[in-house]
Design a protein around this ligand. Structure first.
Ligand code: FNR
Length: 355
């Protein structure tokens, strides 16, 4: 295989060669039978294009806005934990490259990422049994210039990730909790990831708690992990600022649908009241275009960015993001769209359209 990858799956191959098996399995895996993991990628392949021709596409503009912030493209980095498994500098090279959502369970602190990251930053929150720990994270995010809180709502318990169980996966130090949770829990030493989750995550979290979160922050709140029209409507009712359609990269409940196949129904239920963002299975610029055509304001990328980081550090992250941007630009040109706003539902044909 070429040393200089020409697409994201070649980056994945390089990451596989660079990482210890336990760490590669942790990053790449899904839950149980991994049906949803495969579907997240495959479902994109069942969506085709309806391009327009004879449009002047000599100038293509990828810039757009996310939650009112101007950004150079509709592509962000999804919150993923434990980057130090992939690179000794952890998440820091990412912040230098692209807009991102920092995970609560990062191996870099809220403060470190704030000082190394020049683009827009959101903070992803898990709600812990110890509410004071979550409140501490939110306040630090607010103090350090993060623009929104992304509350992950699909993880009352950890999905069953069998590779991690088999490999007896041990996590590196989760820096954000130092001084807040006991060292044993922070380092997850000798325990499984599941044990960390069940000891710390608040599985009683429910819709009423959005009120609690609003009471401790002035930042806009997005909820990440919505897969149905019903939940999307509830989210709007409780006053969230945005919704992220996500199935946690197929790491939680197996046999939920691919995110791209539920995006449109969520967008319709929300009816433009708040922005809808999207993640899961994006491996090509064509996938980004499809998500935008089905109503996403922006997309988040999980695994490919970690593959870039593992394979080639900061340069790898830059290449991954640039590949996606270049492929999106080419797709726009070939579909007859000069700007993100010009990408519409009529540019794609889904399985539902073919019924
Ligand atoms: C994740 N994801 C995740 N989500 C979250 O809200 N908090 C977290 O700490 C993590 N951690 C995490 C670690 C790893 C290794 C992966 C692969 C994923 C889920 C992530 O934000 C996103 O939803 C998916 O990764 C998107 O799917 P793709 O792009 O990986 O297919």
């Amino acid at each position: 295989m070429a040393v200089e990858p020409v697409n994201l799956s070649e980056f994945q191959e390089l990451a596989k060669q660079a990482l210890p098996k336990m760490h590669y399995d942790y990053i790449t895996g899904g839950s149980e039978d991994q049906y949803t993991l495969r579907e997240n990628v495959e479902a994109f392949r069942r969506i085709t294009f309806q391009p327009r021709v004879l449009v002047d596409v000599s100038r293509i503009n990828l810039s757009t806005n996310i939650l009112g912030y101007n950004v150079s493209s509709p592509i962000m980095v999804a919150p993923t934990s434990k980057h130090k498994l992939a690179h000794p500098e952890g998440l820091n090279p990412l912040g230098r490259v692209v807009a991102l959502v920092l995970s609560s369970r990062s191996t870099c602190t809220i403060e470190e990422v704030a000082s190394s990251c020049s683009g827009i930053r959101f903070f992803q929150l898990y709600v812990f049994k110890r509410r004071d720990v979550s409140a501490n994270l939110v306040q630090r995010a607010e103090r350090n210039g993060y623009k929104a809180i992304v509350l992950t709502v699909d993880t009352p318990r950890l999905g069953r990730r069998e590779a991690d169980i088999r490999n007896k996966m041990i996590s590196p130090q989760l820096k954000n909790f130092e001084g807040l949770l006991s060292t044993e829990v922070v380092s997850e030493k000798g325990s499984s990831l599941e044990a960390f989750a069940s000891q710390t995550l608040d599985s009683s979290l429910n819709w009423k708690d959005i009120g609690w979160l609003k009471s401790i922050t002035n930042l806009p709140i997005l909820i990440k992990g919505v897969l149905t029209a019903e939940d999307a409507r509830k989210a709007v009712e409780v006053g969230v600022a945005g919704i992220i359609v996500s199935n946690h990269g197929a790491r939680q409940l197996d046999y939920v649908p691919a995110t791209i196949s539920v995006l449109e129904e969520v967008v319709q239920a929300v009816g433009g009241k708040v922005p809808v963002l999207f993640d899961g299975g994006i491996r090509r610029g064509t996938d980004v275009f499809k998500a935008l055509a089905l109503g996403a304001q922006a997309v988040l990328i999980g695994r490919p960015v970690i593959y870039g980081l593992a394979a080639k550090g900061e340069y790898g992250v830059k290449r991954v993001i640039k590949m996606l941007r270049d492929e999106l630009e080419l797709t726009m040109a070939l579909c007859g769209c000069c700007s993100v706003k010009e990408i519409t539902r009529s540019h794609v044909r889904t399985e539902r359209d073919r019924l």
